[in-house]
Design a protein around this ligand. Structure first.
Ligand SMILES: C[S@@+](CC[C@H](N)C(=O)[O-])C[C@H]1O[C@@H](n2cnc3c(N)ncnc32)[C@H](O)[C@@H]1O
Length: 394
C-alpha cells in the first residue's frame, strides 16, 4: 500500500461520519453482548467485514486515488503483466490448470492478468475469483464486463474455496487484511489487548491472554530464541496460518503466489520493534489508532512470512521461493514487458517510469513487499526465483 505519513488526519465527510457511527454502534452492541469487551481480532474483523457495514463489506471507495490506499496492481499494469508471465510458467506444467485469485479488490489485477495471458496466447480456461466483500465482487463484475467483455465468460466468482484445485492461486495484499491479535508481553505473563467501552467510546483493555494466544507467542519466542521484553507489544495472526492450511487443503497440483508487505519472524519480533506492525489507512494517510473511524478506514498488519511458510510446510506444501517484489518483477520479465519503452510517447514514458519506481524502489514498494511462492506436486520454481531467493531468511 502506498500512503503518506501524517500527524493530522483529514476529517471524514458527513456521509462517512454517519456510516462510521452505524459501524461503531454495531461494534458497541457486540461488546455489550460479549460482557464488556471483545478481543482486538474480533474488533478488527467487525470493523472490516461486518456484513453491509465493515470497511470491506460496505460501499466506500477503498482502493485507488479517491480511496484510502493504493496497491501494486492499482499502481501499474506491469505488476499483473509480469505476474501473468510467471503464472504462465506454472500453468504450462499443469494439464487444464486454472487461476484462482483471492481478494481481487477492484478487479484491476484480473483485468491486467487476463489481458497479458491473451497477449501471450496463454489464456487459462477459467479465471476464478474468491472475494469476501459483496461490494467489491460487484465492482469486479462491472469492471470485467466493461473492460474485457470478450473474456468475462472465463471469469467465475466462487463462494468458497474449491474442494480440489489444479493451477495457480494468487493473493495480493490479502494476508495483511486478516484480523490479528494484539498482545503485551509482561514478565508476569502474557496479556491480550481487547477493546472495551469507556463512556460509550472504544478503549483498550488488557486481560490475561487465552491459551491459544499464549501458545502462539511461546512458539515465536522458541523459534526466534529470545524472550520478549517486559512491555513489548506486538501482533500475531492466528487466522492467517489456518487460511494457508485451507489453501493447502484444496491445492492438488500447482502453485500459490502470496504478495504482501512483511518480514521474516526474526525481523517482525525484533527487540527494538516495541509497538508492533498494525497500521491504519484513511484517505492516503497512515496512522496508528485503530479505534477511531470504525468502518471507514483500513486496518492492516504486516505479515510474518515465516509463520505463513511454516503453516504451508506443515500442510504439505513446498516453498518454491521467497523474494522482494522488486526481485520478483526484475527477475520475472519486467524488461521484456518494457522492451517498447523507447518507442512510447514521452508522456507515457514519464508515467511508466514513475510507476516502475513505485513498484520497485526500496523506499517505496520494492523492498517491504515480498512474494512467497508455494507449490504442490512436481512444480518447478518460477524463473523469477532464479534471479534471487531469500527463502533461507524465513
Ligand atoms: C487490501 S485489499 C487488496 C485487493 C487486491 N488484491 C489488490 O491488490 O488491489 C484486500 C482484499 O482481500 C479481500 N479479502 C480479505 N480476506 C479475504 C478472504 N479470507 N477471502 C477472500 N478475500 C478476502 C478483501 O475483501 C479485499 O478485496
Amino acid at each position: 500500500m502506498q500512503y503518506e505519513q501524517s500527524a493530522s488526519l483529514p476529517e471524514p465527510d458527513e456521509l462517512s461520519a454517519e456510516h462510521s457511527a452505524r459501524v461503531s454502534q454495531h461494534i458497541r452492541n457486540r461488546i455489550k453482548e460479549a460482557g464488556g469487551r471483545i478481543s482486538f481480532a474480533e474488533f478488527m474483523h467487525e470493523a472490516l467485514y461486518a456484513p453491509g457495514l465493515g470497511y470491506y463489506s460496505a460501499g466506500s471507495s477503498k482502493l485507488g486515488a479517491d480511496g484510502d490506499f493504493v496497491t501494486a496492481p492499482e499502481v501499474s499494469s506491469m505488476f499483473g503483466r509480469v505476474l501473468a508471465r510467471q503464472s504462465m510458467e506454472v500453468l504450462g506444467q499443469i494439464e487444464g490448470g486454472e487461476v484462482l485469485e483471492i481478494g481481487a479488490g477492484s478487479g484491476k489485477l484480473a483485468v491486467d492478468m487476463l489481458r497479458a495471458f491473451e497477449d501471450l496466447s496463454a489464456l487459462p480456461e477459467v479465471y476464478n475469483i474468491l472475494e469476501v466483500s459483496a461490494d467489491l465482487e460487484d465492482r469486479q463484475r462491472r469492471r470485467l464486463r466493461k473492460e474485457l467483455p470478450h473474456l468475462v465468460e472465463r471469469v467465475r466468482w466462487l463462494t468458497g474455496l474449491p474442494q480440489e484445485f489444479d493451477g495457480l492461486i494468487v493473493a495480493n495484499e490479502v494476508l495483511d487484511a486478516m484480523p490479528v491479535e494484539r498482545f503485551v508481553r509482561r514478565d508476569s505473563g502474557l496479556l491480550q489487548c481487547c477493546v472495551a467501552l469507556e463512556a460509550e467510546k472504544f478503549a483498550w483493555a488488557q486481560i490475561e491472554a487465552p491459551d491459544r494466544l499464549v501458545s502462539a507467542v511461546v512458539a515465536i519466542e522458541a523459534d526466534t530464541g529470545q524472550t520478549l521484553a517486559d512491555g513489548y507489544t506486538s501482533e500475531v495472526s492466528l487466522a492467517a496460518p489456518l487460511w494457508v492450511a485451507d489453501l493447502a487443503g484444496c491445492l492438488r497440483h500447482g502453485a500459490v503466489f502470496l504478495f504482501d508487505y512483511g518480514l521474516s519472524q526474526r525481523e517482525y519480533y525484533a527487540p527494538d520493534r516495541l509497538e508492533g506492525w498494525l497500521r491504519c489507512h484513511f484517505r492516503h494517510h497512515a496512522h496508528n489508532d485503530p479505534l477511531i473511524n470504525a468502518g471507514i478506514q483500513d486496518l492492516t498488519s504486516w505479515v510474518d512470512f515465516s509463520a505463513i511458510a511454516g503453516a504451508a510446510v506443515d500442510s504439505g506444501l513446498e516453498i518454491l521461493g521467497f523474494q522482494t517484489q522488486s526481485q520478483f518483477l526484475m527477475g520475472g520479465g519486467l524488461e521484456i514487458e518494457m522492451r517498447d519503452f523507447t518507442e512510447m510517447p514521452l508522456q507515457q514514458q514519464i508515467e511508466l517510469s514513475g510507476q516502475i519506481k513505485t513498484l520497485t524502489l526500496p523506499g517505496e514498494m520494492g523492498e517491504n513487499f515480498k512474494c512467497l511462492a508455494l507449490g504442490r506436486g512436481e512444480i518447478d520454481s518460477p524463473s523469477a526465483f532464479q534471479f534471487a531467493d531469500r527463502t533461507q531468511t524465513l
